[in-house]
Design a protein around this ligand. Structure first.
Ligand code: SAM
Ligand code: SF4
Length: 325
């Protein structure tokens, strides 16, 4: 289906939970409150929702969170969703994960039809990882990435650029990604949920990052395109791909093909706005006609662009973990 500006919305980012086993400093507060379980969509509701979305032109699904793999019995859900891949109704299901549980799940995810995942990793240093994630164990992430690669799942590392915590280490992180055959995307930190403090001091515009990379390596444009917002380049010396996600310094809204649905069934037309449409009442009644009315109304209200700005602009009230990335 097309939105009001003619953008073909064929990609949904669906959050399975707002919970997470980590507390990354730029994403959550230390004492993050989580939603009561009664508010979270059941597996049956999620499957019906995905059926509805497929009927309305969605071909690509990304499962996110919070941490999608902490949801109880998540594998059963992914196996059910995987049937939409097997019958050709969906072209791809991808997952964004922090990777801490990937060594346990990778084999079954591959069997369920998952071919690509994004793993978030902002440092290679165990102590820094512990600090950024407030307690995470980096060894689990490395083990998860290794297992995913062993299962032939293509890995992309997502790395949020943080002035104090990882800027100087970026070349090492890029070299690591390319040494294991993974792509890497570098992400500008986004202002979500004003209660999360300290992000402005960590913000580095992507042109500064690119300059640092170009001083070290030769990079050329790569035409590789996924459904995400990365613009890809190839580093000649490492042979690997690198993407730059620049929500603040350059918005990519004109080609935005996605909307986001939270684990409670709220459809956010844009990561950078707080307007949403609640799909759950119609889902509970299994009323696809009503769902259609709400969904088409939502697409007709998808904004032209977000208004993110560091040091100004609009700061969405919800944390990133509610709508996922
Ligand atoms: N827990 C999973 C993970 O970390 O990959 C999925 C959800 S997480 C919200 C999705 C992505 O959003 C991660 O790559 C994370 O680094 C990124 N993210 C979270 N908060 C962010 C922020 N304020 N600015 C930029 N990226 C952010
Ligand atoms: Fe959890 Fe992902 Fe947010 Fe980190 S970025 S706190 S792993 S949801």
């Amino acid at each position: 289906m097309y939105d009001i500006l003619g953008r073909n919305i064929d990609y949904i980012r669906l959050s399975l939970t707002d919970r997470c086993d980590l507390r990354c400093q730029y994403c959550m507060s230390e004492n993050q409150n989580f939603l009561p379980r009664t508010e979270i969509l059941s597996f049956e509701e999620i499957i019906n929702l995905v059926k509805f979305l497929i009927q309305n032109g969605v071909k690509y699904l990304r499962l996110t969170g919070g941490e999608p793999l902490v949801r109880k019995d998540v594998l059963k859900l992914i196996q059910s969703l995987g049937l939409f891949l097997k019958n050709g109704e969906l072209q791809e299901i991808t997952i964004t994960t922090n990777g801490t549980m990937l060594s346990h799940y990778a084999k079954d995810l591959a069997l369920a039809g998952i071919r690509r995942i994004n793993v978030s990793l902002d440092t290679l240093d165990a102590q820094k990882y512990k600090k950024i994630t407030r307690g995470g164990d980096i060894a689990k992430v490395f083990a998860g990435i290794d297992e995913a690669i062993k299962q032939n799942i293509h890995v992309k590392i997502n790395c949020v650029v943080l002035k104090q915590d990882n800027f100087d280490d970026l070349p090492k992180i890029i070299e690591y990604a390319h040494s294991i055959g993974a792509d890497i995307s570098l992400i500008e930190t986004m202002p979500m949920d004003e209660k999360i403090l300290g992000r402005e001091e960590q913000y580095v515009p992507m042109n500064i990052v690119r300059q640092m990379i170009e001083n070290k390596w030769q990079i050329i444009r790569d035409e590789y395109k996924t459904n995400g917002p990365s613009q890809y380049y190839r580093i000649m010396e490492t042979g690997g791909r690198i993407g730059f996600i620049t929500p603040l310094s350059h918005n990519l809204c004109a080609s935005c093909n996605r909307v986001r649905i939270t684990c409670t069934g709220k459809l956010y037309m844009c990561l950078g706005h707080d307007d949403y449409y609640d799909l759950r009442p119609a889902l509970l009644n299994n009323n696809f006609n009503e769902l259609y009315k709400i969904y088409s109304d939502a697409l007709n209200h998808k904004p032209k662009a977000h208004d993110f700005l560091i040091g100004g602009g609009y700061v969405p009230k919800r944390p990133m973990s509610l709508t996922g990335g």
